[in-house]
Design a protein around this ligand. Sequence first.
Ligand code: DAH
Length: 342
Amino acid sequence: MLETHIVSLDKIQSEALKAIRSAKSLKAMDEIRVKYLGKKSVVNSVMRGMKDLTPLEKPILGQRANVTKETLQKAVSEKLKELEQAEVQGKINKEGLDVTLPGLPIERGRSHPLTRIIEEVEDIFISMGFTVEDGPEIEDDFHNFEALNIPPHHPARDMHDTFYLPGERLLRTHTSPVQVRAMQRNKPPLAVISVGKVYRVDQDPTHSPMFQQVEGFMIDKKITFGNLKGALHQFITTLFGEEKEVRFRPSYFPFTEPSAEMDVKWQVSREIDGVMTEVEEWLEILGAGMIHPEVMRYGGYDPNEYTGFAFGAGIERLALLKYGLKNLRVFFENDVRFLKQF
Ligand code: DAH
């Protein structure tokens, strides 16, 4: 009787050890532990057969069963440790960070070409001693027209040219109102530029209802047209990084007297006798002049004591010239393939 029990314990032990050794997962180990060491384990069921043994045989079987239990417990805990370690190592291998691998490429954003031109224009004038001022895009009639000596019947005031807003307000049609605002805010001498958006009711495909201008002006005793030409010449040469051929043409603006426009030589393709040919042409880039005495008075300065020059240039035009482009629309279409080139 005792013999049979001992033989089955031996069998159970070697069978359990084999199962433990070949277990592949913690879950499998759990099942093995329940089967051989749990309450209803096969070892315990052998122990239940003890009741049929003699008092001398009972402790022998008991001791033998304990040996089996201890052996199996030891084997189980060793195997568990091994499996846990393997699991941790597996996780490290899977989730580990290899710092020697090259990183994922990060797309870098860039400034819009117009933003770059604006920053450059500001830098150039700051280096020449100008300060930068801002004006509101929503203006009133006084600053946009009246104080700039633009008479009530002037065509620029037409509904077809100006976006009017409720309550006597409008979207400024140029940056020139900053002249009067800056004069009202500051005492002379003044050297100011102001860059910003302006709005006109323009429908045709080459004109955008919104575009940007840079306004500049300098006021002091004895400012002359020569100062204007000198400042603009230095500005253009620095912006384009080379001596550009420019010319001044007489012109008319209500807020300057005398008035002029400045043209720059540029290369364009034109169809001549059916053949596309590169030709040099003049491109108008700005209006300028000596600030009108009326404007001085509106700004609160005495025109008998102070004189000044002013100019206004289109930012998009400057960008066309600087980057050798032909069409303004590329600045507003936001085609990433175009923008990426800057
Ligand atoms: N404000 C004018 C325009 O939008 C440009 C201009 C011309 C500005 C002459 C000036 C200037 O300051 O003196 O067409």
